[in-house]
Structures are given as structure tokens and as C-alpha cells.
Design a protein. Structure first.
Lengths: 141, 199
């Protein structure tokens, strides 16, 4: 059994009835009594000491400084969200138009599939096929 | 209006709910309510090894950013304390890594603390106690602070520090033994065996 933990559990009020009985018996020993007093006193004093120390170590206006950081983070987050929304708004019509073109091209390609000599441009837009070779051909009409 | 409702009920969960809806005044109230206790935990854990102010700011900012994840399973105090313990341990680990890289081992000399204890005046008691706690190795100090000052059970302390139950007990014993040696003269009057010591 760890005596210090046993004492702390006594001070926390966490001992069972049997343990409490055992504790009472141990209290007959002066050295154990002294140990209990030390742990109790240390626990009480340490709380005060650490609270005093914490107060000294916190710079002034802690809450104000923290809230300033929180507010700036919040504002930054909002700017990012607004930027993303604007970006999405701008991209949505572009995406829609691109999708329509792709669908048209695929549809044209499928419908003109029987006539293999016709290019996609001819099938969909009715324009003559252009290749690198005939682009430089001066007689090309 | 949300804040008014929160103030009326005066409960942390109502303030969290208001803060979650964007009420920063409610969040401010949470900060003001818990900053003292959290600063005590942090100062106990990191001692002189980092800025309490910085760690405490990190704790509240993490809490603010995770307001949406807070489900209310644990009380706000427990939730915040867990963040504070983790952040403090991170600071200690970072400090340890830094020391291992750049410095040789140089723990606060216990002799120095003992010498000041012998010449202590009553009004120096807080300072001496602080120096004694701060002189403990990180592992022992963490256990002593969480178990004795913050009132966590041995099981909870083990869970928070991610160590075995037995490890907490042995660190507690070794830490208290050192403190007994250092603070014996200071606590002498209070710890003399008396017939009324037993409650």
C-alpha cells in the first residue's frame, strides 16, 4: 500500500469503510500522524502558493489580449469564408458552361460515330475539319 | 439576448452554447471564470520552464476553435483542464528536446532550495514552497500538482499523463519524500504530531 496515496484518498474522502477503519488504526502511530499533517498542510499551502505564483506570471489584461486574438482569428476566418464563397460563385457558371460543351462534344462524337470520315468539329458545329497540314495549304477553302 | 439567457442560468454549458452561436461576450465570461484555476494548473506543471501566459492563451484559443466539438460529456472545467494539462506537457516536452539539443543537464540545485529553507522567514514561506515544488523533476512535479493540488484521483492522473497507475504512485512517493526533506523545517509547527491531528 502506498501511504501517501492512502492519506490523499483519506483527505479526498474517498476511503471505503474498511479502509477508514484501517486508517484510524494507523493514526495511533505518531510518525503516520505527522505524515498525514504534512500531506494535508502541503496540499493546502501548495494551492495558495501556486495561485499566487500564477497571478504573478500572467501579464496584465490577459482577457483583453486573448479576446483581441480571438476576434482577429474570427475576422480572418470570415474573410477566408467570404473569399471561398466568391470563388465558388464565380466558378459555378464557368463550370456549367464547360460541362455543357463537354456534353455537346460527347453527344456529337457519338452521333457522328457512323460516319468516321467526319471530325467532331464537323459533326457538332458543322465546321470543316482543320489539320496542321491543311492549315498551311494556301488552296484550302 | 443569448448572453442574457446564459447569465440568467449562470451555467458554463449555457455560456458555451451562446459562444458557439457566435456570442463572444459569453466566451469572455468563460475565460474570466476559469483563467485563475487554469493558470494555477499550468504554473504548477511547467514551473519556470515556459510562459504561463502563452500556454493559457493557447488553451483558450484551442477551446474556442473546438467549441463545435464540445458535447458536454465532461464539465467545462474538466474539459479546459485537460487541454491545459496537455498543452503544459507539450511545453515541457519541447523544452526537454531543446535542452537535450543545446544544453547539458542542469536541474535546479536542490541544495540551493534547502539552504534558503533553513533561513526562511514566515513571509518567505510561499516563495520557498514554490521553489521546492519547482525543483522537483518534471515527472514528479506533474504528479504532485495534479494529485495534490488539482485534486485528480490517482487513476485520473495516470490517464492524464498517459502513464501506469503504479508509476503515478511511485512518482508521488518520491516527490513527496523530496518535499518532506526540503520543507520539513518550514512545516515543522504545522506537522508536529498532535492528538487532534486526526479528523
Amino acid at each position: 500500500m502506498n501511504k501517501d496515496d492512502f492519506i490523499l484518498r483519506f483527505l479526498d474522502g474517498r476511503l471505503s469503510v474498511d479502509e477508514r477503519h484501517e486508517f484510524d488504526e494507523m493514526m495511533a502511530d505518531p510518525s503516520f500522524r505527522q505524515r498525514v499533517s504534512f500531506v494535508r498542510e502541503l496540499s493546502r499551502s501548495a494551492k495558495t502558493t501556486l495561485s499566487v505564483e500564477a497571478e504573478k506570471r500572467l501579464d496584465p489584461f490577459f482577457t483583453d489580449r486573448l479576446m483581441k486574438t480571438v476576434n482577429s482569428q474570427f475576422a480572418e476566418k470570415r474573410v477566408q469564408e467570404e473569399f471561398l464563397t466568391a470563388l465558388l460563385r464565380w466558378f459555378s457558371p464557368m463550370t456549367a458552361v464547360s460541362l455543357i460543351i463537354i456534353v455537346l462534344l460527347v453527344a456529337g462524337s457519338l452521333s457522328g460515330g457512323k460516319d468516321l470520315s467526319r471530325s467532331v468539329t464537323e459533326s457538332v458545329f458543322g465546321l470543316p475539319a482543320v489539320t496542321v497540314a491543311n492549315a498551311y495549304d494556301l488552296d484550302y477553302e | 439576448m443569448v448572453l442574457e439567457a446564459a447569465e440568467k442560468t449562470d451555467s458554463d454549458s449555457a455560456l458555451v452554447e451562446a459562444a458557439r452561436l457566435g456570442d463572444r461576450r459569453a466566451f469572455r465570461q468563460i475565460v474570466e471564470r476559469h483563467q485563475g484555476t487554469l493558470a494555477r494548473t499550468i504554473v504548477g506543471l511547467i514551473g519556470d520552464r515556459g510562459s504561463v501566459d502563452d500556454v493559457l492563451q493557447d488553451v483558450f484559443i484551442q477551446f474556442y476553435n473546438s467549441l463545435g466539438n464540445y458535447r458536454g460529456d465532461a464539465s467545462v472545467r474538466t474539459y479546459l483542464n485537460r487541454i491545459a494539462v496537455n498543452k503544459s506537457l507539450d511545453t515541457l516536452r519541447a523544452r526537454k528536446r531543446w535542452r537535450q539539443r543545446f544544453l547539458s543537464r542542469d536541474e535546479t540545485p536542490i541544495v540551493e532550495v534547502a539552504a534558503s529553507v533553513e533561513t526562511a522567514e514566515d513571509n518567505d514561506r510561499n516563495k520557498i514552497l514554490w521553489r521546492a515544488i519547482d525543483s522537483l523533476p518534471d515527472a514528479q512535479r506533474s504528479v504532485v500538482v495534479l494529485r495534490m493540488v488539482e485534486g485528480y484521483s490517482t487513476e485520473e492522473t495516470a490517464e492524464l499523463l498517459s502513464v501506469e497507475y503504479g508509476t503515478v504512485l511511485s512518482r508521488l512517493s518520491r516527490g513527496l519524500e523530496k518535499l518532506r526533506k526540503l520543507l520539513g523545517p518550514v512545516f515543522d509547527d504545522a506537522t508536529k504530531p498532535t492528538k487532534t491531528a486526526h479528523q
